[in-house]
Design a protein around this ligand. Structure first.
Ligand SMILES: Cc1cc2nc3c(=O)[nH]c(=O)nc-3n(C[C@H](O)[C@H](O)[C@H](O)COP(=O)(O)OP(=O)(O)OC[C@H]3O[C@@H](n4cnc5c(N)ncnc54)[C@H](O)[C@@H]3O)c2cc1C
Length: 606
């Protein structure tokens, strides 16, 4: 019997080796300069070599996945090819080095304080567990979660067979409850997918099928060109009708992330900023110890720049670095290829010309780029947003904005004849954590019994975050229970509600006057563009301190109360904001930074 089994294994190994060789031969011929070397580790294809350009490296990755995706046992591509003989830029680490966390122990450690890590922390804080969130930056939402479009996608765009397709509409629905519980604002303007050609009408039955399969909410369907112009009178392009999805919404991505984090913290979660995970210690499990759990190893300790932590379970929510974090535990079966997206924000004065979310994706090119094609979005704050673009890059943390993305943005802004490049008040970019399968990884590790991945969460990760958090928490609870043999109990005192900080510009006169009468600092306007008072800035600083931030930055205040987010970008209010930060934290103004690290605002005293 054993001989037959061994024979089958050998045959399978032979078949895989032949397939690897065939793929390699083809790629060597097509891309001779890339010096490709492929190998197989039992579940993933590994690619090494050196491509002359990012786009060639990308083409190679896409080709491998196309050929291997449907092979039984294949799980992912680990593409370690370099570009232009340069090693990949490494993770930017915090300057801090201390032993704050040495000998601390937690039941659960969450790596990453983006919207995914924070949503998981909040959902997990329902249970009697000692939880820590480790974030290498000085605040939450510093990477993709603070650099996206804030669109709560309806859940239509992704294939129903993908995890994205399964989770997006559930995430969208959950936002209707979360905005009330956590005190952040949402708006539901709906979205139009405009048709470039009359022929696209033929696809409407398929679109209806897909919307149904993906559980997209609301009465979706075809709207004629005339009907669309009635709803969106300033359209500046020729369209042939479009597909309407009323459940598309918008929210502020940083406010949502902060709300998850603050509520998690109020329910006992510890946040550690400027804390980067740099490695892990593994132990082999004694055989027969954990019959119900997959994996033969376990993480016993997590190394950081602030000491070594013992932990029962690790959640990998590390965004663009999630493959490297998986690698610390020896579980790197996927890799991230960073995809940059650039956006432009327009002045609030033109926000009135945009009522709904509109996009006219070129289906062929956007499916190749795995992007939804960008478009126009009426932001929650009243500005119009144009973008995002989609471009493969090499550096996972290079947030520069590039002139080469402008033609795409110019094309998008022209969709509305009232919007103009002169109205742009800011440009920004973010990096999507795309893996080669172009899908989320939401699962318990197959190799490491106490590791759970919420990895490769690209778009629509913001929209799906609440659903991802629910699924991850289910997996975590199962794993902890199987390992400990005891049930994980829910807290009796979980507080689902977070009170948002007062926002004067959204209040009725009576309410505002009452607040000012109680505390005159709410009557002193500091940020004139956004009409933010001293009291609101002080509240924002205090909320940073409560969350455990040691260094409150100018941008952290902006993320919470919008001081400095207006047309002048803090040109007028920054010194006052810094004074308030300094007064509340005791840190001299000369040590306050714009966004952490070396971004000091003042050069010294005169
Ligand atoms: C331009 C753009 C537009 C987008 N628009 C939308 C949209 O409209 N709607 C939508 O649904 N989605 C959108 N997305 C996608 C969305 O932003 C992401 O899916 C989501 O933010 C991912 O969240 P995250 O927590 O996984 O990643 P991140 O926000 O990147 O968080 C990961 C965190 O992990 C930290 N970290 C990494 N490594 C370590 C380590 N070793 N130790 C400690 N900390 C570590 C990082 O510092 C980071 O803060 C967009 C993305 C981009 C780039």
């Amino acid at each position: 019997m054993a001989v037959v089994k061994q024979g089958k294994v050998d045959m399978k190994t032979n078949r895989i080796s032949q397939r690897i060789q065939k793929t390699q031969n083809y790629l060597e011929k097509k891309y001779p300069r890339s010096k490709i070397q492929l190998s197989w580790d039992g579940r993933s294809v590994h690619a090494e070599g050196d491509s002359p350009t990012v786009s060639e490296r990308h083409e190679i990755g896409v080709f491998i996945v196309k050929k291997w995706h449907s092979i039984r046992g294949y799980k992912g591509l680990v593409n370690d090819m370099t570009v232009g003989s340069k090693t990949e830029p490494s993770m930017k680490l915090p300057d801090v080095q201390d032993s704050l966390l040495d000998n601390k122990a937690f039941d659960v450690v969450i790596i990453g304080g983006g919207v995914i890590g924070c949503a998981i922390a909040r959902e997990l804080s329902r249970y009697k567990l000692n939880i820590a969130v480790l974030e290498k930056e000085c605040d939450v939402a510093m990477q993709a979660s603070g650099r996206n479009d804030g669109m709560i996608h309806p859940g239509f765009a992704d294939n129903p067979s993908t995890i994205k397709g399964r989770l997006n509409s559930r995430g969208n629905r959950l936002y209707h409850r979360l905005d009330k519980e956590l005190g952040f604002e949402t708006k539901w303007p709906g979205s139009y997918f405009l048709f470039k050609s009359r022929l696209l009408r033929l696809a409407v039955p398929y679109m209806n099928w897909r919307a149904k399969r993906n559980n997209v909410d609301g009465t979706v369907g075809y709207h004629s060109a005339r009907c669309i112009v009635k709803a969106e009178p300033h359209l500046g392009i020729q369209q042939h009708g479009g597909y309407w999805m009323p459940s598309a919404g918008v929210a502020s991505p940083f406010r949502v992330t902060v709300a998850f984090a603050e509520n998690a913290q109020a329910n006992g979660v510890h946040f550690y900023f400027e804390t980067a995970v740099t490695g892990m210690d593994m132990v082999r499990l004694p055989s027969g110890r954990e019959p119900k759990l997959p994996g033969s190893v376990r993480i016993s300790a997590v190394h950081t720049n602030r000491g070594t932590i013992r932990t029962g379970l690790v959640i990998n929510a590390a965004g663009v670095w999630s493959d490297k974090v998986a690698g610390f535990a020896g579980d790197r079966f996927f890799s991230i290829h960073p995809r940059k997206g650039m956006d432009m924000i327009l002045d609030k004065k033109v926000g009135v010309f945009l009522k709904t979310i509109v996009g006219m994706p070129d289906l062929l090119s956007s499916s190749k780029k795995h992007s939804k094609g960008g478009g126009l979005i009426p932001c929650i704050e009243g500005n119009a947003l144009v973008g995002p673009t989609a471009r493969e890059v090499y550096d996972r943390e290079d947030y520069s904005t590039d002139v080469c993305d402008m033609p795409q943005l110019e094309h998008q802004i022209k969709m509305n004849f009232c919007l103009n490049l002169q109205d742009v008040i800011a440009y920004y970019s973010g990096i999507r954590a795309a893996d080669w399968e172009e899908d989320f990884i939401v699962e318990g590790s197959e190799k490491v019994s106490n590791l759970v991945h919420a990895a490769a969460i690209q778009s629509p990760g913001f929209a799906s975050a609440p659903a991802i958090a629910q699924d991850i928490v289910k997996i975590c609870i199962q794993r902890i229970q199987s390992f400990s043999g005891c049930p994980v109990l829910e807290k009796n005192f979980f507080r689902p509600v977070r009170r948002a900080l007062p926002e004067l510009s959204k209040m009725e006169d009576d309410e505002r006057n009452e607040l000012i009468a109680g505390d005159p600092s709410y009557g002193k306007i500091v940020c004139r563009c956004e009409q933010i008072s001293e009291g609101e800035i002080r509240d924002a600083v205090r909320s940073c301190i409560r969350l455990g931030m040691k260094k409150v930055t100018v941008d952290a205040v902006k993320r919470r109360c919008r001081a400095g987010a207006g047309r002048c970008h803090g040109g007028f209010c920054r010194p006052r904001v810094m004074e308030i930060i300094s007064r509340e934290t005791g840190v001299p103004m000369t040590e306050i930074t714009q966004k952490g690290g070396l971004s000091l605002v003042l050069g010294g005293t005169v």
